[in-house]
Design a protein around this ligand. Structure first.
Ligand code: P6P
Length: 341
């Protein structure tokens, strides 16, 4: 009988990896885990209680908020407020940052950027959805935290993770020393280590993209899609197309099986759809820590400097060799453009 290791036990055990750690980050990760269990309870009841459907409000993205969006946002912010380790929360559901200035948080060192419930369009049709979070250490040294504490490069994250509310509920996170996955055991109400040291295969045979936007994709992306669809036994092509429309679910599958997730610029999203601070950066940190790659097509995602809280970016991330092949396709069309111009 293998010994069950809970998220709490694992966090404390790994705290030793950080010699100067005094437990603040451990407590912060614990707070996020608790909120995730509360949100999971409501997600699992969705359809049985009046928590499906629209909240009748609009977020800064101009997107209609679902009741579960609002609920999840409230739960994570409440947990971060009461936990005392977080001084600023940047949430997809709020126009501006939430500065926590309570007595319990007066010495808080950490910034949390969060998409409380990603994949909202899937909530009412019972498809997997997720929470994505990113953690930074504040750079300002005293007084109220600053927006510059939030708009740090992704390479400065101290931790990142996601929760996927699917056939089972999992919490996957990294603190820069590999990626570990925990599955919620409802019988004991604990996230238990189920996927230690997660690594993404260097090569994969799944590509995930909304091909409905094909006509507006950059030529290099079109070339890559055609590459995925060509017959070639040696490279096991054509690849399989799998797209759920829920970033956390698509990336989680590719992390386990190998594959590439692509959200290029398009007519509707000329700068890309996914948000750099609380979607692209945390997912890029996780995938790099799992041995994969993450780019906006030209730059490493983690090297981008956010200028605005809700700024968007194109993103291509997954198996290292698939990301490199995509970049070859993009670079090739750029060379051809330069030769012509
Ligand atoms: P599209 C969900 O709304 C989301 O933000 C991500 O979870 C997902 O990957 C993407 O948008 C889907 O966008 O345009 O393909 O529906």
């Amino acid at each position: 009988m293998s010994v069950v290791k809970t998220l709490g036990q694992f966090i404390i055990e790994k705290q030793a990896d950080f010699p100067y750690a005094k437990g603040e980050l451990s407590r912060l990760l614990r707070d996020i885990g608790i909120a995730a269990k509360i949100v999971n309870r409501e997600v699992n009841k969705a359809g049985l209680v009046d928590i499906l459907g629209d909240a009748g409000t609009i977020n800064i993205q101009g997107e209609g908020q679902k009741k579960l969006d609002v609920y999840a946002n409230e739960q994570f912010i409440s947990a971060l407020r009461s936990g005392g380790e977080c001084c600023v929360v940047a949430s997809e559901e709020h126009d501006d940052c939430i500065y926590i200035e309570s007595e319990i948080s007066k010495n808080a060192k950490y910034i949390v950027a969060i998409d409380p419930l990603d994949g909202s369009s899937n909530i009412d049709v019972n498809v997997a959805i997720g929470t994505i979070f990113s953690i930074y250490r504040r750079q300002s040294t005293n007084g109220k935290a600053l927006i510059s504490d939030v708009l740090q490069k992704g390479s400065r994250q101290v931790a990142a993770g996601y929760i996927i509310y699917g056939s089972s509920t999992m919490l996957v996170y990294t603190t820069g020393k590999g990626v570990n996955g925990f599955t919620l055991d409802p019988s004991i109400g604990e996230f238990c280590l189920s996927h230690p040291n997660m690594t993404i295969p260097k090569e994969g045979h799944i590509y995930s993209i909304n091909e409905g936007n094909y006509v507006h994709f950059p030529q290099g992306v079109k070339d890559y899609i055609k590459y995925c669809q060509e017959e070639d036994v040696a490279t096991k092509r054509p690849y399989t197309s799998r797209y759920i429309g829920s970033m956390v679910a698509d990336i989680h599958r590719n992390l386990i099986k190998g594959g590439i997730f692509l959200y290029p610029v398009s007519a509707a999203y000329p700068k890309g759809k996914l948000r750099l601070v609380y979607e692209c950066n945390p997912m890029a940190f996780i995938l790099e820590q799992a041995g994969g790659g993450a780019t906006d097509g030209f730059n490493r995602i983690l090297d981008l400097t956010p200028l605005k809280l809700h700024q968007r970016s194109a993103i291509f991330l997954g198996s290292e060799l698939m990301v490199l092949k995509l970049m070859d396709c993009l670079n090739q069309t750029n060379k051809e453009k330069k030769q012509v111009s």
